[in-house]
Design a protein around this ligand. Structure first.
Ligand code: DQA
Length: 143
């Protein structure tokens, strides 16, 4: 079974986008690291990123059909996309929501995620390490 690491809007720009907030790790490096971290804990990880909301919804449907665990950073969609939230609510395996930055210490509109209430858990503010922790948690849960 796959474990999906799904990244939403603007996350393909990691490494060059607001590096003071999101760090210097590029999206390509993050994706490769997620595959490697997954291997280390026995997970077959597939990492994807999209700027198209409907595409993320389709990927979540695929994960739901496969009963696959998901690590999800929805980017700005976290704060307002009921479509992403509803797709997350269909998942049956663990869903860990990850944010690189501490959304609670930033602008007020970022303090609330509409996805969090349907996630198994949320990690924010730990940079790319949040993805590693999410994957290791999923591995523990599956065993
Ligand atoms: C983010 C936080 C969001 O508020 C923002 O829109 C992003 C990235 C994070 O990883 O910290 O695009 O999800």
């Amino acid at each position: 079974m796959k474990t999906y690491v799904l990244n939403g809007v603007n996350l393909g720009r990691l490494g060059t986008r607001q590096t003071d907030v999101y760090g210097l790790t590029s999206y390509a490096t993050l994706a490769a690291s997620c595959v490697q971290w997954g291997k280390e804990v026995g997970l077959d990880v597939e990492c994807r990123q999209t700027d198209a909301e409907h595409e993320l919804v389709q990927w979540l449907h695929q994960a739901a059909d496969e009963h696959a665990p998901v690590v999800l950073n929805p980017g700005a969609w976290s704060h307002y996309s009921y479509a992403i939230r509803d797709a997350c609510a269909i998942l049956t395996a663990p869903l860990v929501e990850v944010h690189l930055s501490n959304i609670h210490a930033r602008e007020e509109f970022r303090h609330h995620s509409v996805v969090s209430a349907v996630a198994t858990g949320v990690i924010c503010g730990l940079g790319v390490d949040g993805y590693r922790l999410a994957l290791s948690h999923i591995a523990i849960r599956l065993n």
